[in-house]
Design a protein around this ligand. Structure first.
Ligand code: GCB
Length: 616
């Protein structure tokens, strides 16, 4: 396994392998996998499809008795050498599961399964001379251990972010095999921790592929409009393996741009482009430019393309400015769950259905809680002109006083910023959801905010804060608000607190002179269940909560955006009420089977007729 430790400047976004050091006081956490950017624009050998799988509830083939990793377990994919040889597992004789895909929704007996599942795939491969090959995993929930031809090449923790294993020295010409053990056991010191209001879908939930690159390759770049400017593109290109003097060219043919640069000793070339006359990206005009990046010259050169929108996002006083113009964010939240069939989304059709339902409701913005969704989803939002809130799973009461947990959270944040900072749609990094304000929590999230700002100086930082109800007042006063660009908060008046009738009398008070965003409100309803507006779980009850909320929210000063909770019903182990919930959180405006509830139309009317929301 290639294990490298880079300087902090690399980690905070100046390019280079994401073998990051996270400096946390005296604590050092070295993450062992690199991370290629813009992977979806590279030529790849897909390993998607059927993989042989072994269900290993006790982690027998993975863990030694002391919990360490057994390098000579099932990862070796042994075959009996003689008729007397004892091998107590066989991938070849085991059933298959589809990759990408969670295991829970592929086999009935795995719906509630938590533990280790082994995946194995055979493939033929021909490495080219003077190249490196990475095994790319889009996401594996929650921990993954990767073996190529019997040798462990990397491991990764974090269920929603990608990683790349350098498999160059373990691959050979001809027949090869890869084995990946995925363990979705929930951990007290995990991110997220033991309790979440979403399903713990396990497995290789996103694409797996092989990516071949030259010896010197572009592993990272960042090109964006300088904050506040509509004409200056700045950033860098990092060429892994290069020293000083490597030529780099950035071309944007549709804007007539050709920019030459040269790497410094760390392989990094600074880019600064004067680009007058750019058409800026916005929901109304989601203009993407084809960007071509080349590093090196001659046979060993590396070339990448990307489709990038250029826009600015800022806060001025209590306003949010997109390309310098105040905007109200008409949003909705969407969990990463496939419409109609459930489970993790695995295709563009899954994502497009969700975003189309949102768009039809009149949104210009989606909150994607509580963990990073796929890069494909962000690409689609880029093309459809939908602004996006991305979030890391710092959810409820994780171990805020544990430096290793901070390291895990910072790692996931770094990975998602690195993956998605080329997406114009993404305007927010959310560092947390509903975290109780304690001194340890404050320190933890201040560190997260500092990391996010260091890695991306152009986007807005937020977090969904808890609010507190005192009689008819909802107070937004979490001390974290002082550190955020936009103060987002959740409130469930009419559902968890008070009655829908009380909502009219509520006053929301926030102590921060900043833009406010209502990141959650809502109520549950079982689609097709009709009763009067006082009957819980009826569509009428939910629609009434929405009507009352909208009326009350019209009076909230500085409200610059809202995301009702949420677009579609989703699976949750916390929601057990038979006949109503049946393990689904029913706060969707649309059922898991695609039926629009009355409240959907209440929101749609308000958004399409612009009867809610002021940009200034
Ligand atoms: C919340 C959480 C969200 C839950 C939601 C609910 O405050 O942020 O994850 O699903 O409430 O339905 O209770």
């Amino acid at each position: 396994m290639r294990k490298r430790v880079l300087s902090l400047s690399r980690f905070i976004g100046c390019g280079g392998t994401l073998s990051a050091i996270l400096l946390l006081g005296a604590h050092l956490f070295a993450q062992s996998t690199p991370l290629l950017v813009d992977v979806d624009h590279r030529a790849a050998t897909s390993l998607d499809g059927a993989w042989h799988t072994i269900i290993d509830p006790y982690g027998n083939g993975l863990y030694n008795a002391d919990g360490s990793i057994n390098l000579h377990g099932y990862g070796e994919n042994r075959q009996p050498k003689s008729k007397s040889d004892l091998v107590e597992y066989s991938f070849a004789k085991s059933p298959t599961l589809q990759v990408p895909g969670d295991w829970n929704t592929q086999r009935k007996d795995l719906l509630f399964y938590e533990g280790v599942v082994w995946y194995e795939k055979n493939f033929t491969y021909t490495p080219k001379p003077n190249t490196r090959t990475f095994l790319h995993v889009g996401a594996a929930n929650y921990r993954a251990y990767v073996f190529v031809n019997g040798t462990k090449v990397c491991q990764h923790e974090g269920g929603f972010t990608p990683f790349d294993c350098d498999a160059t020295t373990t691959l050979h010409s001809g027949n090869n095999f890869v084995v990946i053990a995925v363990d979705n056991t929930r951990l007290r010191d995990g991110v997220p921790t033991l309790k979440t209001d979403w399903w713990n879908y396990g497995g290789l939930t996103r694409d797996v592929s092989l990516i071949q690159v030259p010896e010197k390759y572009i592993d990272d770049f960042d090109l964006h409009l300088q904050r506040g400017s509509k004409t200056e593109i700045v950033g860098y290109v990092h060429v892994q393996g290069a020293g000083a003097g490597e030529p780099v060219v950035v071309r944007i043919p549709q804007a007539g741009i050709v920019q030459q640069a040269t790497t410094d000793a760390s392989g990094r070339a600074l880019i600064s482009i004067h680009a007058p006359g750019l058409e800026l990206w916005s929901p109304e005009h989601p203009r993407l430019y084809r960007v071509e990046i080349q590093a090196g010259s001659g046979t060993g050169h590396d070339a990448l393309t990307d489709d990038i929108g250029f826009r600015t996002i800022e806060v001025r006083g209590t306003e949010i400015l997109l390309n310098g113009t105040p905007i109200f964010l008409r949003g909705v939240s969407i969990h990463g769950e496939a419409p109609m069939r459930g489970g993790r989304p695995t295709s563009e059709k899954d994502d497009a259905t969700l975003l189309q339902w949102a768009k039809e409701m009149g949104v210009n913005f989606v909150r994607l809680p509580h963990y990073p969704q796929s890069a494909r989803m962000m690409r689609l939002a880029d093309r459809m002109g939908i602004l996006v809130w991305e979030e890391v799973p710092v959810y409820w009461a994780i171990e805020f006083d544990n430096p290793q947990v901070l390291a895990k959270a910072q790692q996931q944040l770094a990975e998602i910023i690195r993956r998605d900072r080329d997406k114009a749609s993404v305007i927010f990094w959310s560092v947390a959801n509903e975290t109780p304000a304690t001194p340890a929590r404050n320190r933890f999230l201040e560190a997260m905010i500092a990391s996010a700002r260091a890695q991306d100086s152009t986007r807005l930082i937020t977090a969904a804060l808890l609010s507190s109800r005192h009689g008819n007042e909802i107070q937004v006063n979490d001390p974290l608000g002082a550190y955020l660009d936009v103060v987002s908060f959740n409130e469930y008046a009419g559902w968890y607190q008070g009655t829908p009738q009380d909502i009219a009398n509520i006053k929301i008070t926030a102590i921060y002179p900043k833009p406010l965003l209502l990141s959650e409100f809502g109520a549950g309803a079982k689609a097709g269940f009709h009763a009067d507006a006082d009957t819980r779980w009826s569509e009428e009850f939910q629609a009434n909560v929405y009507r009352q909320q909208l009326q009350m929210l019209r009076g909230v000063a500085n409200l610059r955006g809202m995301c009702p909770w949420l677009l579609v019903d989703f699976r949750s182990p916390l929601r057990e009420l038979p006949g109503i919930q049946d393990f689904y959180n029913r706060k969707g405006l649309i059922s898991d089977q695609g039926q629009k509830k009355q409240a959907y139309f209440v929101m749609q009317k308000a958004y399409l007729q612009h009867t809610i929301g002021n940009a200034h």
